[in-house]
Design a protein around this ligand. Sequence first.
Ligand code: ZN
Length: 172
Amino acid sequence: MIGYIYYILDLTNADMYIGSTNNIENRKRQHKQNKFNKCISKKIIENNNYIFEILEQNDFKDKNELHKREQYYIDNNKCINKLASFRSGDYRKQYKYEYNKSNKMKEYYKNWNEENKEKQIEYKKNYRINNKDKTKNYYEKNKHNFYRRVCCIKCKKELNLHSLKRHNNTYH
Ligand SMILES: [Zn+2]
């Protein structure tokens, strides 16, 4: 199965959403259909100043493999996908969106992390060993976006995209 990991990067605040799909054009359309979009990427789409880029295209055994790969990127990047667990279908996405900031979620998080600590460490370790080149490649391929010149919408200062978050937290 050909699968894709992609990101949507908000050029107004450097928020990044990471997602995966086996039908990239379809998924792109879904993100844009705001009425039906329950995904946490909604905020980025609403700001309407973003780039959509493919991080990786690969042949995956099944959806589960694809989601694990997606999770790897989520774990290793600053992104708005908060839930640190393997996804079990669309239900999780919806759940994640609705309960993102609730205490219930925090608790769930904590428990999950504790229960799966070793599994995660093991997975990350194996992943690093098996995908050393690929991971390096990703940073090389996407470096340019983080050095993109963008303009702060609040004070109009021009700066690098990767400094935008810090700038916002410090000055606004
Ligand atoms: Zn500013």
